[in-house]
Design a protein around this ligand. Structure first.
Ligand code: BGC
Length: 424
């Protein structure tokens, strides 16, 4: 009894001195509670993901946004390595199927290309990758021109040229018959429905010339496949390795690229977790954490100057697609639960630029939701309309409620729309 009383008295004294301490802080709130820390919003960890802060015309990185504070990073994937893989995948397919690829036997291997967003580095890289591999690219300002061409059935467009591919001593002509940015009338880019309509228009006027369909992503690729190329037996290539696209490989979809979304989703939340725990940013990334989570060098690279983590890409074709059927499965080497005593629950605000983006909503967000539990992060997911930044920033009205932020902009130039709110 006596002992109990003594303990109670001690607890009362401690509570009193804690309250006294609290009264010296501005809000008097408990610093350990999720989302109620008294860290200024401008000093909270911030990760940009999937759309790298950059100039949408020149591609130049927005280093101000990437250095917003000392806990700011970007997480994406290696766009050039992936673009090269996609181009090579298409070229390899042509070479392996040269006997049957030219459907109308006119001696020209024709392809059409769906472009996602002409102001998005990743989309630009993929357009260049395909044109480079097929010999259809022309130089513009030291780089391969990535402009859409409209239609080019006669080979007269100036933003592309006719390429050639030599197989077994015979030279074949390759032509980009048409390409278009798939933007809908409301302004949403990477728009799958627009791509479905485009293939309808293209196929009705020059369908027999189309031997291959290429797309900057699977969302648009699958829309074209389902609308036309599946029934016609025309190989269609995309990017992302969304589950429906991987499954479609069994039905003639030509192939896709995995941008290792399982690694990216982990990195997106992991860099925030590390900053919140005050540990080295490499923890659980290049250096194993206490639970044993670690990534090997073959799945990502870190570029310190760019403050950017880039996952590496893998081609998914009829030869290996069986290994990629579950696109929302966590990556096993980083699937171990963190201990809550060392990594207590924290609140994160996270947005997806367009709630209807196939890749982000069907692959990336489900992965984030799997990792947030493992990393003890309580994430609030906000889905935008893909058109205006304000549709999203309006829902960042009270940043003080969160410990960290993960941002996916509508337009890569618009980082300041977010950082200005955090700086207030
Ligand atoms: C994906 C696209 C997606 C875009 C959104 C790209 O990395 O490949 O499918 O629409 O990100 O920003």
């Amino acid at each position: 009894m006596k002992k109990k009383l003594a303990l109670l008295t001690m607890a009362a004294v401690m509570a009193f001195s804690l309250a006294a301490c609290g009264s010296t802080t501005t809000d008097g709130g408990g610093a350990a509670d999720a989302g109620t820390s008294d860290v200024a919003n401008k000093d909270k960890p911030l990760v940009w993901f999937n759309r790298q802060p950059s100039n949408s015309s020149t591609g130049e990185l927005d280093m101000t946004a990437l250095n917003f504070n000392e806990d700011t990073y970007y997480v994406g994937f290696d766009a050039n390595q992936g673009a090269e893989l996609q181009g090579t995948m298409v070229r390899d397919y042509i070479e392996a199927n040269i006997d049957k690829i030219d459907r109308n036997g006119d001696g020209v291997i024709g392809y059409v290309l769906a472009i996602g967003d002409i102001g998005h580095n990743d989309s630009i890289a993929r357009t260049r990758g395909v044109r480079s591999a097929l010999g259809t690219g022309v130089e513009a300002g030291g780089n391969v021109n990535s402009d859409p061409i409209g239609t080019n059935t006669d080979g007269s467009a100036s933003a592309v040229q006719d390429g050639t591919i030599e197989v077994n001593g015979t030279t074949y002509t390759v032509r980009e018959l048409a390409s278009q940015e798939m933007k809908n009338s409301a302004g949403a880019t990477w728009d799958a429905a627009t791509a479905g309509n485009a293939i309808g228009t293209w196929s009705s006027s020059f369908g027999d010339q189309i031997d291959i369909v290429v797309s900057n992503n699977d969302g648009m690729g699958m829309s074209m496949f389902n609308a036309w190329s599946k029934d016609e037996g025309v190989p269609t290539f995309g990017y992302d390795a969304n589950a429906d696209a991987v499954a479609a490989i069994a039905e003639g979809y030509g192939g896709t690229i995995s941008q290792h979304a399982d690694v990216q989703a982990y990195l997106t939340l992991r860099v925030l977790r590390n900053a919140l725990d005050g540990v080295d940013v490499d923890t659980g990334i290049g250096t194993a954490d206490e639970a044993g989570n670690v990534l090997s060098e073959d799945v990502y690279v870190y570029n310190a100057d760019e403050r950017s983590y880039y996952a590496l890409n893998v081609a998914v074709t009829s030869e290996n697609y069986q290994d990629f059927t579950d696109s929302t499965k966590v990556y096993e080497p980083v699937s171990k639960q963190l201990d809550e005593s060392a990594s207590p629950v924290k609140k994160v605000w996270l947005n997806i630029y367009n709630a209807s983006d196939n890749f982000l909503s069907s692959t990336y967000q489900p992965l984030l939701e799997n990792y947030d539990d493992l990393l003890n992060l309580d994430v609030e997911y906000i889905g935008g309309d893909g058109q205006t930044e304000s549709n999203i920033t309006n829902r960042l009205g009270n940043p003080g409620q969160y410990d960290a932020f993960a941002i996916n902009m509508v337009k890569t130039d618009n980082a300041a729309s977010y950082t200005s709110i955090l700086s207030q």
